[in-house]
Write a protein that binds this ligand. Structure first.
Ligand SMILES: NC(=O)C1=CN([C@@H]2O[C@H](COP(=O)(O)OP(=O)(O)OC[C@H]3O[C@@H](n4cnc5c(N)ncnc54)[C@H](O)[C@@H]3O)[C@@H](O)[C@H]2O)[C@@H](O)CC1
Ligand SMILES: Nc1ncnc2c1ncn2[C@@H]1O[C@H](COP(=O)(O)OP(=O)(O)O)[C@@H](O)[C@H]1O
Ligand SMILES: [K+]
Length: 484
């Protein structure tokens, strides 16, 4: 499990550790790790031009001491001093090693730029001259190594409020910061390299986690020798309408590929015809009235993709939500719930899978605000509605009212095409039906969906149906595909 922490959590741990060590020890550990990553990136250090962007805090100190180390190995090291004050001991060390103070024009001829403007001590958007220096560094041809976090990215949320450095590598000290895993910050971060400064024993429970391949392999249900289709878990899918037939086909497809023992599809005539012709494996009930009475037993429901939002859909949603099994609510199901919160009053678990626009409809928050601070909004919605929230988008996050938020890192922007969300609801629904909790079904579902997207795309456009087709390959990639 990967873990990440807020700036406050890191500061708290650093405080305890620092009290036990001689002054300056942590900064030297940080600078040594930073210089090693820079040297790797440069290949040859001797004679290369390294420009340090140095802010007024300890982040600038890290950069100066790393510059000192590179200068001792023969690099040309020039520090641009951006703040009203400078880490004096660090600057003296740099000078001692042959480094110098330069102005921003040195960025143009740099082979490598070290961003030590600000780290976890920053509040709000970058001020001048930091903001302009961040933009000049982005415009230069040299790669940027960010110290701790790319300056301009909020370490605790991933929020970017103005100019921000776009790093090739972020060398983060002690532990990963939440903002490095969540967009928009994550897309400024490049590769994350963690430098161990001995913080581990002093860290609290993480703010966010990200499942690794091994975690997912451990969580995914597999049929045992005694399994049959009912014991593996039957998923009901209430989706599709005469207007939207594709959503039903895609949700059922995602569910079948993700290992449901059986999928029972329930809907009106037009999607029924489509689901039957695409998926002979599904057991289909054509609904003449909005009732699930004749559908048969299921262990979980997916409710909403393409369902419509009229009275018929509302009645069907009420019936599904009156059942005593977990329900995943997506798409039109979310619009229905937004108009009638009372539908959520139930004792069995609920997993909602909105994109930012759907969450905005549910909570009244502004869509742009949700995209700017996904974690806070997902957490708040989970607490307010009493459900598990999987918030889709460039970074998918899974939140419950308490505990760490799970962030998914497997996605690809090729997934931003119509219908891929319907496939995700089928995948996560199938995992719910197989007995995973909402939290695990959502986070494993997002992991497999993202990976299936990557496998389907291979750097070119994909369709939602391609994503469903690639789910078994994604599962094989996760589990090692043992033949039993
Ligand atoms: N505390 C520790 O034990 C360690 C800290 N380390 C480094 O220290 C960093 C934190 O250092 P600091 O707490 O000094 O904070 P930073 O260096 O991150 O930033 C604080 C400075 O930035 C200025 N500032 C704040 N908001 C700004 C804005 N919007 N625009 C421009 N300037 C702004 C402040 O006036 C202050 O001088 C970490 O990110 C890490 O790089 C490492 O040396 C490892 C050990
Ligand atoms: N830029 C992106 N990077 C990674 N994944 C993305 C991106 N944009 C969208 N996605 C993913 O694609 C899917 C789109 O779902 P959704 O918005 O519900 O579309 P639809 O309703 O058409 O199915 C979600 O899983 C989302 O996380
Ligand atoms: K930085």
């Amino acid at each position: 499990m990967r873990t990440a922490f807020t700036a406050d959590q890191i500061r708290g741990a650093e405080h305890v550790l620092m009290a036990r060590l001689p002054e300056g020890t942590l900064m030297q550990r940080a600078a040594a790790g930073l210089a090693a990553v820079c040297a790797d990136l440069l290949g040859r250090v001797y004679g290369r031009r390294v420009v340090l962007l140095v802010g007024s805090g300890d982040n600038g100190g890290d950069a100066l001491y790393a510059g000192e180390r590179l200068a001792r190995r023969g690099a040309w090291a020039g520090a641009v001093l951006a703040g009203s004050k400078t880490h004096e001991a660090g600057l003296a060390a740099l000078r001692q090693a042959g480094g110098r103070v330069v102005d921003g024009s040195a960025l143009d001829a740099a082979d490598l730029i070290i961003d030590g403007l600000v780290g976890i001590g920053v509040a709000g958007a970058l001020r001048e001259p930091y903001a302009r220096l961040a933009e000049d560094a982005n415009a230069a041809r040299a790669p940027i190594v960010a110290v701790d976090v790319p300056s301009g990215v909020d370490a605790s949320s991933g929020r970017v409020q103005g100019a921000a450095v776009r790093a090739k590598v972020t060398v983060t000290m002690g532990a990963c910061k939440t903002g490095l895993l969540v967009d928009p910050g994550a897309s400024r971060t490049g590769t994350v390299e963690l430098v161990d400064i001995g913080l581990g024993p002093y860290l609290p429970d993480p703010d966010v986690t990200a499942l690794t391949r091994d975690d997912v392999a451990g969580l995914l249900p597999r049929p045992g020798n005694e399994s049959d289709k009912y014991r593996r878990g039957v998923l009901g899918v209430a989706a599709g309408s005469d207007l939207f037939t594709g959503a039903a086909v895609l949700a059922v497809g995602g569910a079948l590929r993700a290992g449901a023992g059986m999928v029972r599809y329930a809907g009106p005539g037009a999607p029924v015809t489509q689901v039957r012709s695409h998926w002979p494996e599904a057991v289909v009930t054509e609904l003449r009235r909005p009732s699930i009475e004749d559908v048969g037993r299921v262990q979980a429901w997916v409710l909403g993709p393409g369902l419509g939002t009229g009275d018929w859909a509302h009645e069907l949603a009420a019936e599904v939500l009156a059942s005593d099994v977990p329900v995943l609510i997506d798409a039109d199901g979310l619009t229905l719930v937004a108009g009638d919160r009372g539908l959520l009053r139930r004792t069995a678990p609920v997993l909602i899978t909105p994109h930012a626009g759907e969450l905005a409809r549910l909570t009244g928050a502004d869509r742009a605000d949700i995209e700017a601070d996904r974690l806070a909004h997902a957490r708040a919605a989970a607490a307010e509605l009493g459900v598990t929230v999987l918030l889709k988008g460039s970074t998918t996050v899974v939140a419950e009212s308490a505990g760490p938020v799970r962030v998914n890192a497997t996605g690809t922007s090729w997934l931003s095409t119509g219908g891929t969300g319907d496939v995700l609801s089928g995948i996560a629904g199938a995992l719910l039906a197989q007995g995973l909790s909402c939290y695990d079904a959502a986070s494993c579902g997002a992991y497999l969906h993202g990976l299936a997207g990557r496998l389907a795309a291979e750097g070119a456009p994909l369709t939602a149906a391609d994503v469903a087709t690639s789910v078994p390959a994604a599962i094989r990639a996760v589990t090692g595909g043992h033949v039993r």
